[in-house]
Design a protein around this ligand. Structure first.
Ligand code: NAP
Length: 267
């Protein structure tokens, strides 16, 4: 069965206005799924909707919504009404790179809202409808930063660990009920936001950033087959070393030291 037969006719991509979210939207449209695309930037969403509907024979409904809002799921429901969503990709995220205390607590809370609370609520709402129908798929974006403590990415990394664990847990609960859940653990990926953060290349051994399309293609191949996965060969090798070979203390030190050097952070 192809993706449209398994999860069609409509997929919702939260955080679709650029980068990995836009790549998910393109890939799903190519597979023939209609799309609800959610983000804050109206112009980006309008352009994406036009691009997609001119390339593929699908319908696209943009929904402008700030996913920090406590009732973001209700706001989306108000726009799409009773439309059935059988594939949910929660890709939106906020991040902060730097010393934990240099960021006001209100910003850490915003990161937790976009990265943890809103996906938790959206999974509850859309997941329960998928369970009623015994048919659906859910992708939660995680990150290698969430595989161990990651200094200077503390709150972001903790939310990404939350995403992976939520995905793996619901994979178990829902696997016999027709609903596939997957956590997608990406490493550095060449999205506009990653490029804007201007990371320095500090070692020839550092994994090469992937293209968004590579991450998305691997994820759409693996959904329904595994609770979570690490995208790309070099990220898989790096994670094997960090999680299976090195001590926890060494892995956390490597991660913190690498982020410090990549972003020129002084404490
Ligand atoms: N890029 C990487 O190197 C990398 C590595 C590992 C994991 N990941 C994960 O992959 C996912 C996508 O990464 P990316 O680099 O493509 O991210 P990004 O450029 O930061 O984009 C994230 C998307 O989320 C949306 N978003 C952010 N805050 C929002 C809010 N308050 N309300 C509504 N939408 C919001 C943005 O749209 P608007 O600004 O228009 O609202 C954008 O479409 C994230 O979950 C990230 O953790 C990325």
């Amino acid at each position: 069965m192809n993706l449209k037969e398994r999860y069609g006719p409509v997929a919702l991509v939260a955080g679709a206005s650029e980068g990995l979210g836009a790549a998910f939207a393109h890939a799903l449209a190519r597979e023939g799924l209609n799309l609800v695309i959610v983000a804050r930037r109206k112009k980006n969403l309008e352009t994406l909707a036009m691009e997609i509907s001119s390339h593929y024979s699908v319908e696209v409904w943009p929904v402008y919504c700030d996913l920090t809002a406590p009732d973001a799921t209700g706001q989306i429901r108000d726009v799409i009404g009773d439309m059935k969503i059988n594939l949910l990709v929660y890709n939106a995220a906020l991040s902060y790179i730097g010393p934990y205390l240099d960021n006001p607590v209100s910003e850490h809370i915003r990161i937790a809202e976009v990265n943890m609370l809103t996906p938790m609520k959206m999974l509850h709402h859309f997941g329960s409808r998928m369970m009623d129908e015994k048919r659906g798929g859910i992708v939660l974006m995680s990150s290698l930063a969430g595989n161990q403590g990651s200094g200077f990415l503390a709150t972001y990394a903790a939310t990404k660990a939350f995403n992976r664990i939520l995905a793996e847990s619901l994979w178990y609960e829902w696997k016999t009920r027709g609903v596939d859940v997957i956590g997608c653990c990406a490493g550095a990926t060449l999205t506009p936001n990653y490029i804007l953060s201007k990371p320095k290349k500090i070692s020839i051994f550092a994994p090469k950033p992937q293209l968004p399309e590579e991450v998305v293609d691997e994820c759409l191949l693996k959904i329904g087959k595994t609770p979570s996965f690490i995208s790309g060969r070099s990220n898989k090798i790096a994670c094997f070393l960090m999680n299976q070979i090195f001590s926890l203390k060494r892995s956390i030190n490597i991660m913190g030291d690498t982020t410090r050097k990549m972003y020129g952070i002084r404490d």
